[in-house]
Design a protein around this ligand. Structure first.
Ligand code: SAM
Length: 305
């Protein structure tokens, strides 16, 4: 496969590079904003699970005019610096990270909290959905500490079996909760975004970082919410009808007839997890899987029965 094959298969990947975004995810936030005017009146925002930083790029460009906005970006992984974005490296499910974020907003709450967090997907759907829900709830917990009344929270959500439970939890804190699928998010992916507007915690609610908002040790029957406890939230697709379809391949030739020119990624990863494997491979020291027929006879003979 050539280096342009991904450009052909994934139009948003290609456009991200051409427009200087660090990741194709930038279009998801832009399309969510087109539909829900997320950035209106926003001057202070938190970007949780931010690396490599395309949402932070969008936020710092869109909010509060040139440079007057305030964006705090948090991720487990190191992220290359971005002008006007304060970075925290840490795990959002950890108390220490949450405290570090909160202290930046003491006395001056945020208007918007976004979270595009995704765990390393295992392929075991139940596990992936559970991990995703934990990230979302950690983000919501942080949001309850830093959001101003009326503020907005947007978080990636996996539309799995227990999603209604999460909607119910979100409805406790926000007057409007919707589930949105931007055009740049592939149909084949269970990913969507919970868009929660009008932060309005229940009377007497005191944010408490030490208590998880959703305790999974409850009776499993509680999962099967029905009747008045079952919240059905509207599902909205967003992105202009003329927007590119993320599940289609597009030819590389440009509409104006000019020749396609490859664009390298805007910000290559600064310490990717595969770096060590690449170095070992270059030096010919990457371990290869051994098939039984490749084993020296003596080893095969002495294998335990
Ligand atoms: N919105 C980002 C952008 O536009 O560049 C892309 C985010 S990427 C899909 C998901 C990120 O979630 C990864 O960078 C990963 O390190 C981060 N993440 C996953 N679990 C996390 C955790 N517990 N705490 C902080 N970040 C986490």
């Amino acid at each position: 496969m050539g280096r342009t094959s991904k450009d052909k298969r994934d139009v948003y990947y290609r456009l991200a590079k051409e427009n200087g975004w660090r990741a194709r995810s930038a279009f998801k936030l832009l399309q969510l904003d087109e539909e829900f005017q997320l950035f209106q009146g926003v001057t202070r925002a938190v970007d949780l699970c931010a690396a490599p930083g395309s949402w932070s790029q969008v936020l710092s460009q869109k909010i509060g005019g040139q440079g007057s906005g305030h964006v705090v970006a948090v991720d487990l992984q190191a992220m290359a610096p971005l002008p006007g974005v304060l970075q925290i490296q840490g795990d959002i499910t950890q108390l220490s990270t949450a405290k570090e974020i909160i202290q930046h907003f003491e006395g001056c709450p945020a208007d918007l909290v976004v979270c595009d967090g995704a765990p390393d997907v295992t392929g075991l759907h139940d596990v992936d959905e559970y991990m995703q829900a934990q990230l979302l709830l950690a983000a919501l917990n942080i949001a309850t500490h830093v959001l101003k009344p009326g503020g907005c929270f947007v978080a990636k959500i996996f539309r799995g079996r227990d999603v209604t439970l999460i909607y119910s939890q979100l409805r406790v804190f926000f007057s409007t909760v919707l589930c949105a699928k931007p055009k740049s998010s592939r149909n084949s992916s269970i990913e969507a975004f919970a868009v929660c507007k009008g932060y309005d915690p229940p009377e007497g609610f005191l944010p408490d970082l030490t208590k998880p908002l959703l305790d999974h040790s409850y009776d499993p029957d509680f999962n099967q919410l029905d009747g008045p406890t079952r919240i059905i939230v509207p599902f909205v697709t967003c992105g202009d009808l003329s927007a590119y379809d993320s599940d289609r391949s597009y030819p590389l030739d440009l509409e104006d007839g000019s020749e396609y020119k490859y664009t390298p990624p805007t910000q290559p990863p600064i310490s990717p997890p595969y770096q060590e494997a690449c170095t070992l491979k270059k030096k010919g020291r990457l371990a290869k899987e051994m098939r039984p027929q490749d084993c020296p006879i003596s080893t095969v003979d002495t294998l335990p029965q």
